[in-house]
Design a protein around this ligand. Structure first.
Ligand code: ADP
Ligand code: MG
Length: 339
């Protein structure tokens, strides 16, 4: 059995279940991201792992032990929340040590861990300040320090970077990742931000309506999306999905190129300059087809462009089930447009 093993986990408050028969494993030292749109059940899953919410059904094992009914304090986990959850009247140092004091950890051991962790998160100069005197990034570091100082092998994080500005978020992403590796922590990290999930995690579980749509390495979700939902969620901008009679053709904007001789005709709707490249929206057979092109390009609306892509870059999904279809070499659009 894996270090963390989740079997048939379900949570229902009445109507449709918030978490629906979810099963997955996490290896020791692994960083797993739970990714998905708002309301898909990420936080509910994490709260059940933490013991702060009771499952309606299913089992949770940590390190071979069934913890499904165990109190949160006995699960050997730490948690980091979006809101930081710091005590405003306590100093940085007191906030970090709060849990250890509550568990009556020996003062010498407490101080040893404190100096270690202050150095790890670079807060030594601020240890006597109150949270109100710190920036958002520093508050989030205190919350991280409090998790690390517990020496719990499992750390559960719920959107820990959502309150930070973009630049700081980037810095904290790599900081959390390197701390996790250095300490060998097993992390389950909840986020709605695919860039965070893709850049930080060893594996990503993409959730939709309380179920796992796909779990795998970031490049597996990008290269081989298991469903049209995954295809439409992963990627920035997401994959173009064009329904045909029975199949959905998927093609990523970054895989489409101009091809005067053999391309299909598509009419420009809008050009968005992004700096390194331009995102061009076009209309093709009544559907929007986005593509990326390097540099600064502007075309007038209604201008006809000829677009093409490699056959190997096209994805196909069943229109009825949304499931990926293997190795279809042609469909309606291919026949009409490209042959
Ligand atoms: P996420 O974290 O992915 O945004 P949540 O796990 O918070 O989603 O919520 C999943 C679903 O469960 C939502 O439809 C939400 O409204 C519902 N939900 C969450 N907590 C409760 C609760 N305490 N009581 C009733 N419904 C809840
Ligand atoms: Mg949430």
């Amino acid at each position: 059995m894996s270090f963390i093993s989740i079997q048939n986990l379900t949570k229902s408050w009445g109507e449709a279940p918030a978490v629906n028969d979810m099963s997955f494993d996490v290896a020791a030292g692994e960083f797993l991201a739970l990714l998905g749109p708002s309301g898909c059940g990420k936080s509910t899953t994490l709260m059940m792992l933490a013991g702060l919410e009771n499952p309606t059904d299913g089992q949770i094992h940590f390190n071979q032990k069934n913890v499904t009914d165990l109190a949160p304090g006995k699960r050997k986990i730490s948690m980091v929340f979006q809101s930081y959850a710091l005590f405003p009247h306590l100093s940085v140092k007191e906030n970090i040590l709060f849990g250890l004091k509550a568990r009556h950890v020996d003062p010498a051991e407490r101080n040893k861990r404190l100096s270690e962790v202050l150095e790890l998160v670079d807060l030594g100069a601020h240890m006597d300040k109150k949270p109100g005197q710190l920036s958002g990034g520093q508050c989030q570091r205190v919350a991280l320090a409090r998790a690390i100082v517990s020496h719990a092998p499992i750390c559960l994080m719920d959107e820990p970077l959502s309150n930070l500005d973009a630049k700081l978020r980037n810095e904290m992403r790599s900081e959390i990742r390197s701390l996790q590796k250095k300490l060998g922590l097993t992390v389950i990290y909840v986020t709605h931000d695919q860039i965070e999930a893709m850049s930080m995690a060893d594996r990503v579980a993409l959730l939709n309506k309380g179920c796992i749509e796909q779990i795998g390495r970031p490049e597996e979700l990008y290269d081989q999306p298991a469903t049209d939902f995954v295809a439409g969620f992963i990627g920035h901008p997401p994959m173009n999905l064009i329904p045909d009679e029975e199949t959905i053709l998927g093609i990523r904007p970054e895989h489409i190129r101009l091809d005067e001789s053999e391309g299909i005709s598509s009419k420009v709707v809008n050009c968005d300059y992004h700096g390194a490249n331009t995102l061009i929206s076009t209309k093709f057979c009544g559907h929007i087809l986005n593509f990326m092109i390097q540099g600064h390009r502007q075309y007038p609306a209604g201008h006809t462009l000829k677009l093409n892509w490699d056959r190997g870059q096209a994805h196909y999904f069943s229109r009825t089930t949304g499931q990926r279809m293997a190795d279809i070499t042609q469909n309606h659009f291919m026949n009409e447009g490209l042959n």
